[in-house]
Design a protein around this ligand. Structure first.
Ligand SMILES: Nc1ncnc2c1ncn2[C@@H]1O[C@H](COP(=O)(O)OP(=O)(O)OP(=O)(O)O)[C@@H](O)[C@H]1O
Length: 284
């Protein structure tokens, strides 16, 4: 059975001066899947994310987002705000970027600014008088409440976002991204800095998002226990190039991935592969 592709990255390259950070990188993410992009430090994962979400314009390559209804967008041609608004791709960042002085609820309402402004007809009168604005405003609050409940944050709705513990701030970022109604949710190291309990809460939230909304998730993650537990599909980058692509079990046992993570030199890779294959053979 052929899988339904939501995101297709083809021959992506990104050069920073003399450094080729991404070099002819291609992969596909499938609809409804949790896809993890992994690789050693400096492999180019965040650069790929920045190209997908419009923060960088790639030096070369094509990034196609295919929505459920069939509409396609070439992301490398869209400005970043249109990538969220039209193409329905939302993201979070490696460093938390909440409005820390606003309340938890306000953070989720700000995320729905576009919908609210459209309903106001972009006029001051509209803000006060239009029934459409009142309806949209009510719906925004309902949606925010829904995601606060899903992220186990409803009890903190009126607290400043900056007062939340770290793990709760991470879940709030995801709730905020979900309030924009994405078809593809891109998460840059969502488990970074979380304790085991917070990590578990994050896994539950992400699996719930995927199961109940059908939103596809693309994540960068260093925590292999998170990757192996929740991903359907793993793509591995090293020095800006793809070295492995498959299900978590396949990638975990791929000698090229093992060699990359052990940080061995190129001329030692053969040796490591022979060793790993020898060990695997011995276990059969
Ligand atoms: N804006 C930039 N200007 C110059 N070089 C950059 C820029 N952004 C990234 N790089 C370089 O590109 C390479 C890939 O960096 P990137 O941050 O994408 O890797 P990463 O896999 O996300 O790393 P980490 O796991 O450490 O976050 C690195 O050598 C980095 O120094």
């Amino acid at each position: 059975m052929t899988k339904d592709v939501i995101l297709k990255v083809e021959h992506l390259s990104m050069r920073f001066g003399g450094l080729m950070a991404i070099n002819d990188f291609s992969f596909e993410a499938y609809r409804g899947d949790i896809t993890a992009l992994i690789g050693p430090n400096g492999a180019g994962k965040t650069t790929v994310f920045n190209c997908i979400t419009g923060f960088y314009k790639p030096t070369m390559g094509m990034i196609t987002m295919r929505q459920k209804a069939g509409k396609e967008y070439l992301l490398e041609r869209l400005p970043d705000f249109e990538i969220t608004k039209q193409a329905k791709v939302a993201r979070t960042f490696q460093n938390i970027r909440l409005f820390s002085g606003l309340t938890v609820l306000e953070n989720l309402l700000v995320a729905q600014h576009n919908t609210l402004m459209r309903a106001s007809g972009y006029t001051i009168l509209g803000l006060f008088g239009f029934p459409a604005y009142k309806k949209a405003s009510k719906e925004s609050i309902e949606l925010a409440k829904h995601w606060l409940e899903r992220a186990s944050l409803i009890d903190r709705a009126d607290d400043p976002a900056g007062d939340l513990p770290y793990g709760a701030q991470r879940r709030l970022e995801i709730a905020r991204a979900m309030c924009t109604g994405p078809e593809l949710l891109c998460l840059d190291e969502p488990a970074a800095g979380l304790n085991p309990r917070e990590s578990l809460a994050l896994n539950d939230l992400l699996q719930g998002v995927r199961k109940d909304t059908g939103t596809s998730i693309l994540l960068i993650e260093h925590d292999m226990s998170v990757v192996m537990e929740i991903s359907d599909h793993v793509v591995v980058l090293e020095y800006g190039q793809k070295i492995s692509d498959g299900n978590p079990e396949f990638v975990k046992n791929d000698p090229k991935v093992i060699a990359a993570y052990l940080g061995v030199e190129d001329d030692e890779v053969e040796e490591v592969i022979a060793e790993v294959e020898g060990e695997a053979g011995g276990l059969k």
